[in-house]
Design a binder for this molecule. Structure first.
Ligand code: SAM
Length: 248
């Protein structure tokens, strides 16, 4: 069936590729990739030989046109990113809009996503969560964003670069408090997978003490602010008791 297929690929462990992803990647007329070398490598691992070309949101408009034309002519285009689910802190949003505006089908082929994998292993509430992606790289911007999130009650999910993780967790501690629980999810599905949940102060010390924790790919999951308990001060409580006594 003709369309743009948004195809998730593994985030480390190649066993996480789906059967449907393999079928679509093998059958596609074109594979549009964030990085052609990475994707050619992935396809080679699965013995798939197909045409791969570069697409990202700032590509020459001709790249998008090639995809739209292919689908408009009844073809199949597979969109992949370097790892995980396209569009999730990865290119593709503009392309999906363009296809839809041209009245052409966009078909998701779901699979691995680092944010969801980390969240599900965090032990933090999953009923409501806020995906923040990457924080600003500079300290001032990062601190301002964290401050703006301090009272959110949803579990917060961030992607962070390894060379910034220590500063980032330090800023989280300043914004959210020492005791707020958080998870460091590093190298998920890979050989050196680390999942460590601790209060932010403890997590910062753990990362500071071990340079290995400042390497590889990282998701940070942070508990939301606990719902404020409605507290009644002593005077109000006394008044309420007296009023209750007056009730018939
Ligand atoms: N689209 C991808 C997804 O679905 O997860 C995310 C792409 S984003 C450009 C890359 C970031 O995702 C990394 O910097 C890291 O924060 C996170 N990430 C990707 N793979 C990971 C892994 N195996 N373990 C931990 N974090 C990972």
């Amino acid at each position: 069936e003709s369309g743009l297929y948004v195809v998730a690929t593994p985030i480390g462990n190649l066993g996480d590729i789906t059967q449907r992803a393999l079928d679509v990647l093998a059958a596609a007329d074109l594979v549009a990739a964030e990085d052609t070398r990475t994707t050619r490598g992935l396809l080679a691992r699965f013995n798939i030989d197909n045409t791969v070309f570069a697409y990202h949101d700032h590509s020459d408009p001709r790249a998008a046109r090639r995809i739209v034309d292919c689908v408009a002519g009844g073809g199949v285009v597979a969109l992949v990113s370097d790892a995980g689910t396209p569009l999730i802190s990865d290119p593709g949003y503009r392309l999906v809009r363009e296809l839809q505006e041209a009245g052409l089908p966009v078909i998701p082929v779901p699979g691995a996503c680092a944010a969801v994998a980390a969240l599900c292993a965090s032990g933090l509430p999953t009923d409501r969560f806020l995906f923040e992606g990457f924080l600003p790289g500079k300290a001032a911007g990062r601190q301002a964003r964290l401050q703006a999130l301090a009272e959110r009650q949803e579990t917060l999910v961030f992607y962070e670069a390894p060379h910034r993780v220590l500063d980032c967790v330090g800023d989280m501690r300043a914004a959210f408090g020492d005791a707020r629980e958080a998870l460091l999810a590093r190298e998920v599905t890979k050989a050196f997978e680390t999942l460590r949940r601790a209060p932010l102060a403890e997590l910062e010390a753990f990362i500071a003490a071990d340079p290995n924790q400042q390497r590889g790919e990282i998701v940070l999951v942070v508990a939301g602010q606990r719902e404020k308990e409605t507290t009644i001060d002593a005077d109000t409580a006394r008044l309420l008791r007296r009023l209750a006594e007056e009730l018939p």
